[in-house]
Design a protein around this ligand. Structure first.
Ligand SMILES: Cc1cc2nc3c(=O)[nH]c(=O)nc-3n(C[C@H](O)[C@H](O)[C@H](O)COP(=O)(O)OP(=O)(O)OC[C@H]3O[C@@H](n4cnc5c(N)ncnc54)[C@H](O)[C@@H]3O)c2cc1C
Ligand SMILES: Cc1cc2nc3c(=O)[nH]c(=O)nc-3n(C[C@H](O)[C@H](O)[C@H](O)COP(=O)(O)O)c2cc1C
Ligand code: SF4
Length: 666
């Protein structure tokens, strides 16, 4: 990973690319300053090449009405300070050219054929021959604009179901002219783009092409066509072939935590076998060990990591300096990166609140060191204590349990969410590194907190027990009891509550533990060909039913469809996974009582009994504030964060963000 590699006329300092991510920072006040801070921090972290988020090469190709473009030389010139900041830190910066095609959320979007994307309400207009030739020219002009503004190269986005990818496969290309039909014709558009960019920008300008290594849609390309396209792209003048996985409309998860690490490495290997220019493996590669393993196995020449550079901009530098254990690992939750982008907010990161907000945080040590007590070693407390100690405060962290993590220890039991163990590893290391005095197994009382300049209450939450007749029946367990293994569930389970925790518990109950880590099991579950050879790399229906370990019914009082409040980029995966495993989800439920016969409810005015042998309470959480109230009664000033401050809408994203920001303000 750390060895140099030649790409075109460039000798790269290592084999790591920061993958393209649309940050939305360009829509923020002081957008350029924020982008400079964002990219320069990642260049200091020593990735060889940083790729920007996608810029459209023309007006029809913008992803949404606010989407960035680079077809105007003046707009491109505004980006010069970003190039200079990155280059000053020793990395190369490439602008991604992305034409959104039929995914563009705009009236007047275009595509090879007028077929609406299932994820877009706009029907695309079929491109004329003149449109196609002009668009090729638009790519070349935009690349030239990027070159003139100081970029080291471009990445031409040919995957994920955007315009170029729409041309390459019969799924979306029904044309009968020279741009459709045979593979030769379907490949003409990308090949002409690469040729035009190379001709316009000359040999020294890096040209990366992002090829779709597995479309994951019916009518997608088989491996031999992908290899054929790869060879043509190489011949047309590309220096590097990056890989992209799965169209946005695919019903197979491609990057979220249910996808095993390194799941797509063999798709990259198929491309590598076809060409001699460097090939990049991408998606769900989040540790140096895995990156090394892919490189040494010969499956790829380089590694792209996108979200791992949000989680830790200094990923490569830490690995180079022998501190890989200090890397803050991306846990593939998508909560603050993709989900923020989808809700029109600038990109962020759950495990690293600074990501995309670099200008809001400081690294300078405090000028007035304080003694700080942090009570509770969950996500909020760990984040506060480590950041406060890093800034020079004298910090003591009390945790009642004999281990750190609080609710994260429960979250990590959910399938795929054991990635949270990386967060626990990271924070445990930071607490030690910055000299936090750790009081594990010590429930802090009033007397323990005398003499501190500042007391932070991060005592978190406990499961809420609903006021329901029979709630003390032996069949009833809390989510904490089930996930911690303190109680085992029976064969038939009713899950009360269909929020995030209810869904996690239901999946925990129906899924074989191996599924989250085994690529073959993952491929089997989601209908993917493990050799990535078939058309679209599909071997079956991604939504086909799967055997379940148990019969599970999930219930909620709200009349809405269960699961609608889950994250945009992960909720559909969880809902489909449960459906595949036969989990029944009921909304609009009125709970009546629990007894030996099971859980008695009313649905649509009719009584119903669920004969469950286990009833799991996922009915919310209560803030743990007893200590805070005692301290306040004594006249002490306390600051509450995380679940202790507010149990509603609690997640680790808020807990960590509040913790780090509080520490910065001490
Ligand atoms: C199954 C499950 C899945 C989840 N999935 C996600 C997810 O995907 N994404 C996400 O963002 N969030 C998720 N969460 C929520 C997330 O884990 C919590 O929101 C977050 O960890 C709360 O952190 P906290 O520090 O505020 O509280 P807690 O985690 O509750 O920590 C509080 C700590 O304080 C300690 N404590 C209490 N009183 C004292 C005292 N007097 N002295 C010393 N110690 C004390 C407790 O022992 C505990 O360790 C999930 C939660 C669960 C249960
Ligand atoms: C917030 C966000 C924005 C993204 N924007 C782009 C983009 O503009 N162009 C692109 O090719 N890929 C984009 N991607 C996909 C990434 O390049 C990458 O393929 C994906 O995150 C999986 O790789 P990772 O596991 O290393 O993060 C984006 C990903 C995220 C999380
Ligand atoms: S928000 Fe989650 S998925 Fe996104 S970069 Fe951070 S840890 Fe990774």
């Amino acid at each position: 990973m750390l060895s140099p590699i030649r790409a075109g006329q460039h000798m790269l300092r290592n084999r790591v690319i920061m993958g393209s991510m649309h940050t939305r920072l360009e829509t923020e006040p002081d957008g350029i300053a924020k982008q400079i801070a964002f990219y320069a921090e990642r260049a200091r972290g020593e990735a060889a090449i940083l790729v920007t988020g996608g810029f459209s090469p023309n007006a029809e190709g913008i992803f949404d009405p606010e989407g960035p473009r680079i077809d105007d030389p003046k707009e491109a010139e505004n980006l010069r300070p970003i190039c200079e900041a990155v280059q000053a830190e020793g990395s190369l910066l490439c602008a991604q050219l992305l034409h959104a095609g039929r995914y563009a959320k705009i009236e007047g979007c275009v595509a090879p054929s007028p077929i609406r994307a299932p994820i877009n309400r706009y029907v695309p207009r079929e491109m004329t021959d003149a449109d196609i030739r002009r668009t090729i020219e638009d790519f070349a002009k935009s690349a030239a604009n990027a070159q003139a503004a100081g970029f080291d190269g471009v990445e031409i986005m040919g995957s994920e179901g955007y315009l170029i990818n729409e041309f390459t496969v019969p799924h979306t290309n029904k044309r009968e002219d020279e741009w459709g039909g045979s593979a030769e014709n379907r490949h003409r558009f990308p090949v002409e783009i690469v040729r035009a960019v190379r001709e316009r920008c000359g040999p020294g300008f890096l040209v990366i092409y992002r090829i779709s290594a597995a479309d994951l849609v019916e009518g997608g390309a088989p491996a031999d066509e992908i290899a054929d396209l790869a060879r043509k792209i190489e011949a047309a003048g590309a220096d590097i072939l990056n890989t992209g996985i799965g169209w946005h409309e695919a019903r197979v998860p491609t990057i979220a935590y249910p996808v095993p690490r390194g799941a797509w490495r063999k798709a990259a290997a198929n491309v590598k076998a076809a060409v001699s220019i460097p090939v990049v493996a991408s998606n769900r590669i989040n540790t140096p060990e895995l990156a090394e393993d892919i490189l040494t196995s010969g499956e790829a020449d380089m590694i792209s990591m996108a979200r791992p550079f949000l989680a830790d901009p200094h990923f490569v530098k830490k690995a180079r300096e022998g501190h890989a254990d200090e890397i803050n690992t991306c846990i593939a939750c998508n909560q603050a990166c993709l989900d923020f982008i989808f809700s029109d907010r600038p990109v962020g990161c759950l495990v690293n609140p600074r990501a995309g907000r670099e200008t809001e945080f400081r690294d300078t040590p405090t000028e007035s060191p304080k003694t700080v007590a942090v009570v509770g070693g969950g996500a909020a407390g760990m984040a506060t204590a480590s950041e406060a100690a890093r800034l020079g405060h004298d910090v003591t962290l009390f945790e009642a349990q004999d281990k750190l993590g609080g609710q994260l220890n429960l979250a990590q039991a959910a399938p795929g969410k054991d990635e949270f163990n990386e967060t626990l590893r990271y924070y445990s290391g930071q607490l030690q590194k910055h000299g936090v005095k750790l009081r594990l197994g010590q429930r802090a009382g009033l007397d323990d907190l005398n003499g501190f300049d500042h007391v932070v209450i991060s005592t978190g939450v406990t499961p809420r027990i609903p006021d329901l007749l029979g709630v003390d029946h032996p069949s009833v367990a809390t989510y904490a009891e089930i996930l911690s293994g303190a109680r085992a569930a029976g064969e038939t389970v009713a899950v009360m509550g269909a929020g995030g925790i209810g869904h996690d518990v239901a999946e925990f109950l129906v899924t074989e533990p191996a599924e989250a880590h085994n690529t073959d099991a993952f491929c089997d579950t989601w209908g993917v060909d493990p050799k990535f050879a078939t058309s679209g790399a599909l071997a079956g229906d991604p939504l086909a039913p799967k055997p379940s370990r148990r019969k599970v019914v999930m219930l909620q009082r709200k009349a809405s469809k269960p699961g609608t409040g889950l994250g945009v980029s992960t909720g559909w995966i969880l809902r489909n996974a449960l459906r595949k495993h036969g989990v029944e989800a009921l909304g609009g439920v009125v709970y009546d009582r629990i007894d030996d016969a099971g859980l008695h409810i009313m649905v649509d005015g009719a009584p119903k009994t669920i004969a469950a042998d286990t009833i799991v309470l996922c009915t919310g959480q209560e803030p743990e504030r007893a200590l805070a109230e005692d301290l306040t009664a004594r006249g002490a000033t306390v600051t509450m964060i995380g679940g202790a401050k507010e149990a509603a809408e609690l997640d680790a994203l808020r807990a960590i963000d509040e913790g780090v920001r509080l520490a910065q303000s001490l």
